[in-house]
Design a protein around this ligand. Structure first.
Ligand SMILES: Cc1cc2nc3c(=O)[nH]c(=O)nc-3n(C[C@H](O)[C@H](O)[C@H](O)COP(=O)(O)O)c2cc1C
Length: 172
């Protein structure tokens, strides 16, 4: 899809058909978009954990209580590695959250480009998620997304509710 159309028509999808897994080649393209995303000092302090197996899905579904989320055939977690991220010397800023956010943005746009629905989720139960994924101390998840096709008959809202251009852009 043309880039401007892609960013204008992408929406968070909160409808998933549990009976329709995403084709492996499409999943690979989507994961590849995460892999090639930029990161501070090219440290690439993140991994992409795709959950599609029934027992793991069952566990990860307990981390966020929405029916639409529970219907997704795949859940993707971008796992950041704090100890691998770039750190700014002057003030100790660690880029892991930024790097994982960029990767997940790449992934969500790539999913849209493949006609696959996604929705950034941050409001998960962090304690349950850590346990479900068996995260190590240096590993952190800021966002997960379901991946899947919407149920038949689903249609997007087709509108972007955003602040006005003049309210968010400054020319200095
Ligand atoms: C950092 C971040 C966290 C989000 N967390 C959630 C969430 O936990 N649950 C949810 O349903 N949507 C979540 N969203 C989706 C936003 O609500 C959505 O992107 C926003 O309302 C704009 O709508 P759009 O994505 O359809 O353009 C999140 C989005 C971002 C960027």
């Amino acid at each position: 899809m043309e880039y401007n159309d892609l960013i204008r028509t992408r929406e968070s999808i909160r409808s998933y058909d549990p009976a329709r897994p995403v084709e492996p080649d499409k999943l690979t393209l989507i994961l590849e978009a995460g892999r090639i995303s930029p990161s501070a000092a090219n440290r690439q302090p993140r991994e992409f954990w795709l959950i599609s197996s029934a027992p793991m899905l069952e566990t990860i579904r307990e981390c966020y209580h929405r029916d639409w989320y529970k219907n997704a055939p795949h859940i993707l977690a971008v796992v950041g590695k704090k100890d691998e991220a770039w750190v700014r010397t002057a003030d100790g800023y660690n880029s892991v959250e930024t790097d994982t956010a960029i990767a997940l943005t790449h992934i969500i746009l790539a999913a849209e480009n493949e006609g696959v629905g996604a929705c950034w989720i941050a409001a998960f139960d962090e304690v349950k998620l850590r346990k479900a994924l068996d995260l190590k101390e240096n590993e952190v998840v800021f966002g997960i997304t379901p991946l899947g096709y919407p149920v038949p008959g689903f249609s997007k809202k087709g509108e972007k509710i955003r602040k006005a251009f003049q309210d968010v852009v400054k020319y200095l």
